[in-house]
Every structure is written in structure tokens, then in C-alpha cells.
Design a protein around this ligand. Structure first.
Ligand SMILES: *[C@@H]1O[C@H](CO)[C@@H](O)[C@H](O)[C@H]1NC(C)=O
Ligand SMILES: *[C@@H]1O[C@H](CO)[C@@H](O)[C@H](O)[C@H]1NC(C)=O
Ligand SMILES: [Cu+2]
Length: 342
């Protein structure tokens, strides 16, 4: 074959495979945003909490677009956690939240992430994290309460420090309308946090992240990231939820955790870690997916190696967004998604 033919074939191939993603949104760590950028993000979340829901047919309790996101997470909880689609589903979900903030609430930025390993250097540093600030943050812990209405599947983890309603920052005394647990019928209860600094220190530190990134294939990466469902086996996913949510906090509720706006910064960081793992060996890892189609682990009663998900496996978000496949969201800069982490 003549060189010119090869060159034109290559040109053709690169055109065919060139993604439509030309100008990816740059997702930044919360503390690197300016005060104005933080304010713009928080204001956009407040906006999402104030514009009308679209999912009332399936989520009767939903009042706002923010509730649409929590409600659809609740409806799908049992098919999107401790399964192979966990990371792809949450990647698509966070991207649709980012899109709603931009298209429906006039936000010009990208979804920020929270790299908790920067704060999990000491218990005091963690409690001082920029994400917990009243001004330019999401507000802090709830005041300590001995007990509160329980979330679904509560973990009574030694070391909890809060449990009361969040009383400072932009989400002070924020009322939630779907949940707790798997309820999607009309409700009104407060956003709670119940920070557990000792749990944070052993689940969200830099060496746990490094161990996750060191895994050789998606199966092991995903198991390292999702961790187990017992106190001793939580890793970075469970650590973010239960380290901030403790026993009584909203973000500890496996069903209605997106009621805490920090959910989206936590999951963006998990997504960043996946994207970083993928970028270390893109040819193999942009197509490496596995994990069971039904929930694994002891409480769910399924073996780890039931049928694996594939790139063709569907991802649905109810009324939030069109259905896609896992293959559509493997690349954060493909034809479906267009963002990068900085
Ligand atoms: C980080 O977490 C691991 C796993 O829980 C733990 O063994 C280690 O001591 C922790 N490191 C620090 C500095 O806390
Ligand atoms: C699922 O995929 C993993 C990783 O590729 C593999 O080890 C396992 O045998 C597969 N399980 C089944 C049931 O095919
Ligand atoms: Cu989830």
C-alpha cells in the first residue's frame, strides 16, 4: 500500500473516531475555586432547589428539580450500588446534575469535586475542611444529638460527633422532600450531618486512594473503590458517605443521600479517581468494565461472580436524562460526556 493511501486511511480513521468533545469543562477541587466561583455554584444549587420538579409522576414527593435527582436515585438504589454499573451510573448522574445547574440555573462553571484526602490528614483538619465553611462552603456538622430519626440501614459507628440538623451555611435548616430511606412520597425533614472523624481517617486518607489507583483491572479497582458493607471494610466510597453522614446524617442514607449537596462533590471525586485510573492506561482501561448485574455481598445474597455487565449494559436516569449505555460514558471526553479534571 502506498504511503499516501495509508496516510489518508489514518486521516479517515481519526475523523471517524474524533470525539465531539472539543472544549471540555474543567472540574476543579472545591478549595481551588475563587470566592465568586464558590458563590456561583452554591447559588445554582439553591436555584435547583427552587425550580419545579419534573418527576412527580414517579416521585410524588418531588417539589424541586433538586428533588428529581434525589428521587430518581432512591428509585434506582437497589440496582446501582454494589453492582458493575455503580461507577458508570454515578458518572452519568453527576454529569446530568452539572448540566441542570448550567442549563436551568445559569451556572457557567463545571461541577466541583472534593478531594477529601487533602483534609483527612488529621481529625482537626477534616472538621476544618473548606467544604464545611458557613461562608463559601456547604455549612458544617449538625450539633451533637444522642439520637435522631434513623436513616435506612444505619450504621452505629463509634466516633460520631453530630446528628442534628445543619444550622449554618447556605443549606442551614434545609428541608428535604423525598426520603428518608426509600420513600418518595411527600415528606419534610431537615438535612443532617453526623461527621465521624475517626472513620474518615482510615477510609479517606491518601494511602487508601493510592491503593485504589494501583489496582490492575477494573474488577479490582471497583472492589477497592466500593469497598464492603461492614464497618471494617468501608473504603473511599463508604468513607465519604459514612464519614460525613455518620449514623444520622442524610449523606449516610444509601437511598436518599443526594439530599446532601455534598453528595455531588464526593461522587465527582470518586469519578475523578476512576478517570485518573483510566488515564494511566487508556487503551485498555477505557473499555475495561465488569462487575455483577445484581448486588453482591452478604446482605444481598448474591455471589460476586454472577453475570458481568458489559459496555452495552443500559444506564437509565428516569426522567432526568435519556438512557445511554456504559460504553457511552466510559470516556469523560467522548460523544456523550465532555469534561476533564484539573
Ligand atoms: C490510612 O488508612 C489505612 C487503611 O485504613 C490505615 O491503615 C492507615 O493507618 C491510614 N493512614 C493514616 C495516616 O491515617
Ligand atoms: C467477570 O469479569 C471478571 C473480570 O474480567 C472475571 O474475572 C470474571 O470471571 C467474570 N465473571 C463471569 C461470571 O463471567
Ligand atoms: Cu448512589
Amino acid at each position: 500500500m502506498k504511503f499516501s493511501t495509508i496516510a489518508s486511511l489514518l486521516a479517515l480513521a481519526s475523523t471517524a473516531f474524533a470525539s465531539q468533545c472539543k472544549d471540555p469543562l474543567k472540574r476543579q477541587e472545591w478549595r481551588t475555586l475563587s470566592g465568586l466561583e464558590k458563590f456561583a455554584y452554591l447559588a445554582a444549587v439553591r436555584c435547583l432547589q427552587s425550580i419545579p420538579a419534573k418527576s412527580t409522576a414517579t416521585v410524588p414527593g418531588a417539589i424541586s428539580r433538586f428533588d428529581d435527582f434525589s428521587g430518581n436515585h432512591i428509585l434506582q438504589t437497589d440496582t446501582i450500588h454494589f453492582v458493575g454499573v455503580f461507577q458508570p451510573w454515578h458518572r452519568y448522574y453527576v454529569a446530568q446534575y452539572e448540566k441542570a445547574l448550567r442549563q436551568e440555573c445559569g451556572y457557567f462553571g463545571a461541577q466541583p469535586y472534593w478531594d477529601w484526602s487533602l483534609d483527612a490528614t488529621s481529625e482537626a483538619n477534616f472538621l476544618n475542611s473548606p467544604v464545611f465553611k458557613s461562608l463559601f462552603g456547604f455549612g458544617g456538622n449538625g450539633p451533637y444529638v444522642a439520637s435522631a430519626p434513623v436513616v435506612s440501614a444505619p450504621f452505629d459507628i463509634p466516633g460520631r460527633t453530630g446528628g442534628g440538623c445543619v444550622t449554618d451555611g447556605p443549606f442551614a435548616n434545609q428541608m428535604l422532600h423525598v426520603g428518608p430511606g426509600y420513600s418518595v412520597t411527600p415528606a419534610s425533614y431537615c438535612l443532617r450531618r453526623d461527621i465521624n472523624p475517626s472513620l474518615v481517617m482510615r477510609t479517606l486518607n491518601a494511602s487508601v486512594v493510592a491503593n485504589t489507583l494501583a489496582q490492575p483491572d477494573f474488577k479490582n479497582f471497583d472492589m477497592a473503590l466500593q469497598g464492603g458493607i461492614t464497618l471494617d471494610t468501608f473504603t473511599i466510597h463508604g468513607g465519604g458517605h459514612l464519614g460525613v453522614g455518620g449514623t444520622y446524617g442524610t449523606i449516610a442514607d444509601i437511598y436518599s443521600s443526594p439530599g446532601d449537596p455534598l453528595f455531588f462533590l464526593h461522587h465527582a471525586n470518586l469519578d475523578r479517581i476512576w478517570a485518573k485510573w483510566q488515564s494511566a492506561s487508556p487503551a485498555a482501561r477505557l473499555v475495561d468494565i465488569s462487575g455483577p448485574t445484581t448486588q453482591f455481598g452478604p446482605p444481598f445474597g448474591n455471589a460476586l461472580n454472577t453475570a458481568n455487565v458489559t459496555l452495552a449494559f443500559p444506564i437509565s436516569l428516569g426522567v432526568i436524562a435519556p438512557a445511554v449505555t456504559i460504553g457511552d460514558v466510559m470516556n469523560t471526553q467522548g460523544n456523550t460526556l465532555c469534561y476533564t479534571y484539573v
